[in-house]
Design a protein around this ligand. Structure first.
Ligand code: ZN
Length: 97
């Protein structure tokens, strides 16, 4: 599936509920899932299955938030199509921050 296919799939699955919840609360769910992912990443030996699970939750909530705000992620990520949006290179030549 393409990114657009995934966004459509998540919309079919959750858009009604996501719209009822609204963008602010949907964003809070996304942040909570990012926090759970961060908790795993900072652990000494992150469990691969748990990482896979949290990545999928973060991805799904990102798509939900984009749907509620009517953002086409396929279009949004185009700014990275030619490489790093800051320096324009692949790989990025910017100093590591
Ligand atoms: Zn760069």
């Amino acid at each position: 599936m393409t990114l657009r296919d995934w966004q459509d799939h998540i919309a079919k699955t959750y858009l009604e509920r996501d719209q009822a919840r609204g963008p602010e609360r949907t964003c809070l769910w996304l942040v909570e899932e990012v926090g759970e992912l961060a908790g795993l990443v900072k652990s000494d030996h992150p469990d691969r299955q748990a990482l896979m699970h949290e990545f999928s939750d973060v991805f799904a909530w990102l798509l939900s938030l984009a749907n509620v705000l009517k953002i086409d992620l396929e279009q949004s990520v185009q700014r990275y199509r030619l490489g790093c949006p800051r320096c324009g290179h692949v790989p990025c030549h910017c100093p590591v921050r």
